[in-house]
Design a protein around this ligand. Sequence first.
Ligand SMILES: NC(=O)c1ccc[n+]([C@@H]2O[C@H](COP(=O)([O-])OP(=O)(O)OC[C@H]3O[C@@H](n4cnc5c(N)ncnc54)[C@H](OP(=O)(O)O)[C@@H]3O)[C@@H](O)[C@H]2O)c1
Length: 301
Amino acid sequence: MEASIHETTQKRIAVVTGANKGIGLEICRQLSAKGVKVLLTARDVERGTAAVKKLREEGASDVVFHQLDVADSASVASLANYILAQFGRLDILINNAAVGGVELKPEALTLLDQQQQVAFSTLVDMRLESQEKAEECININYYGTKRMCEALISLLRLSQSPKIIILSSELGRLQYIPGENIRKEIANINDLTEERLDRLVESFLNDFREEKLEENGWPASGSAYVVSKIALTAYTRILAKEYPTICINCVNPGFVKTDINWNTGTRTVEEGAKGPVMLALLPNDSPSGLFYCQTEVSSFE
Ligand SMILES: NC(=O)c1ccc[n+]([C@@H]2O[C@H](COP(=O)([O-])OP(=O)(O)OC[C@H]3O[C@@H](n4cnc5c(N)ncnc54)[C@H](OP(=O)(O)O)[C@@H]3O)[C@@H](O)[C@H]2O)c1
């Protein structure tokens, strides 16, 4: 008999994006403790291998590193090829990688240097939102997640219990879009398609360039991040309808102390990772297409 080219593992296999730090790293730690084989991915090889080394030193033996920049289609394809060759399937995809889409003004950086405790509300008005940052944010958060799902769905369909988890946010709720027409269009899940959602996201970027955000019903502050997360919440529902055999949910991890909010969050990474990990380990035939707030089902609106 011919030997299989795949590593034959009974363990569930998970990929976590943006896992060199923050909630992603903690998701890898918790999944590994639950007996899952984890592919810890990061865009930076040095940061990623250091994170794997750290988990291994803590006793997590079945954590493997693979480079992955979700903004780079070639990098995504290379990961998919690696998983196909190595395992022949994927059980869990956790889309965690994201950026905040803003920079801080120099005075905010000084404040963070000087004070141990700075409230997020103090920093809100000290953010700079450039077009470049907005485009990067949409490309990583929204299109990066789409690239990952598109590249890995065929491998997930070979799993006995496939799961996709998308990290959304409190800001991923529809109520954070001021424009009623945009809200209505996104809420109408029966008619909303991926193409229509992409067009909405592109119209947001266009309005950003033309400085017509408020005029056209988009959020005025932290807008690229908010739009990226709302688009992800809607994408979760579209994808869940399209792939009924895959359990696909999105989750707000809570306000967690990590670099994305300059460590102003109030929850620990352990608390933040709980929801995504719970969703990754749901039994077969669990509900799909839902928005969770940590470990509880919540409303998209
Ligand atoms: N913290 C919160 O309060 C909070 C609240 C709601 C939702 N979330 C969501 O939770 C998730 C994790 O965020 P976090 O709080 O843990 O933030 P974080 O500590 O800043 O971690 C973000 C991770 O994403 C990675 N990343 C960024 N761009 C990437 C790319 N192009 N390709 C691959 N990886 C990339 C970062 O890598 P580098 O180190 O290379 O930059 C980092 O590992 C995000 O989706 C975030 O939106 C967080």
